[in-house]
Write a protein that binds this ligand. Structure first.
Ligand SMILES: *Cc1c(COP(=O)(O)O)cnc(C)c1O
Length: 231
């Protein structure tokens, strides 16, 4: 077997070990924390190897790249969109993915709703929050979140399931803590039509810390597949 595949197996073992360790330390025994494999730039054969090893959730950043790879993917894994999504691209993925994690405007929510209705389905979404207020990042500002949630909740063919974030790469826990507070405060409001059961937070450099702060979906790319090669 090719050595790249052996690395994936070893990386996955290490990730599961550290996830379990963080969960045992910081979380209650019945919390389920999902692992997503982030596939950008990764060849479908490698992605499928991870799926064979038990990864059941894939994260896609770019619509174009996803479309070029999806036919080669093992269909047993679920697919979520996690990258910035232009409204004119929604039509290409609406029938294939089970969740869109990167919804940060009412315009995008409305377009997803319109096409989901046309496809006779209900699309799960997360609202992406720009918790660090970084200009370079997508995501809605925390103070605008309530309005987005309330308007999204009125759309019949989408279901808001929680929040997603990419915190600034500071190495400090403060943004993870803010995000947890925001998530819990929204959940407490029990907005009609909004279920806050998913907090998608944590990447290769901070997934153990993210679990400490309540994440139940970590998104890992390089830690699983190795450094990305953009060419
Ligand atoms: C690339 C990416 C990840 C994974 O990042 P790594 O540091 O490679 O683990 C997670 N989430 C999003 C939204 C990404 O774009």
């Amino acid at each position: 077997m090719c050595s790249e595949f052996i690395d994936i197996e070893e990386n996955l073992r290490e990730i599961r070990y550290r996830m379990n360790e963080a969960a045992a330390k910081y979380r209650s025994g019945d919390d389920v924390i999902r692992l997503m494999a982030v596939t950008k730039t990764v060849a479908p054969e490698k992605v499928n190897h991870a799926v064979k090893l038990g990864v059941d959730l894939l994260g896609e950043n770019r619509v174009q790249e996803y479309l070029s790879k999806k036919d080669a993917y093992d269909i047993s894994a679920e697919v979520h969109i996690i990258g910035h999504l232009q409204t004119n691209k929604v039509k290409y993925i609406i029938g294939d993915v089970s969740m869109i994690q990167s919804v940060d405007s009412i315009r995008l929510a409305e377009e997803i709703n319109r096409l989901a209705a046309k496809n006779g389905r209900i699309m799960n979404i997360l609202c992406e929050v720009n918790i660090g207020g970084e200009e370079s990042k997508n995501g809605i500002a925390p103070e605008m979140l309530d309005e987005l949630l309330q308007r999204a909740a009125e759309l019949e063919n989408i279901r808001v399931r929680g929040l997603m974030t990419i915190p600034p790469p500071t190495g400090s826990d403060i943004f993870l803590a803010h995000m947890q507070e925001l998530f819990l405060s929204v959940r407490e409001k029990k907005l009609n039509g909004v279920s806050m059961d998913i907090l998608s937070m944590g990447m290769t450099h901070d997934y153990a810390e993210a679990i400490k702060y309540g994440s139940n979906l970590v998104r890992i790319g390089t830690g699983l597949f190795g450094a990305r090669n953009y060419n």
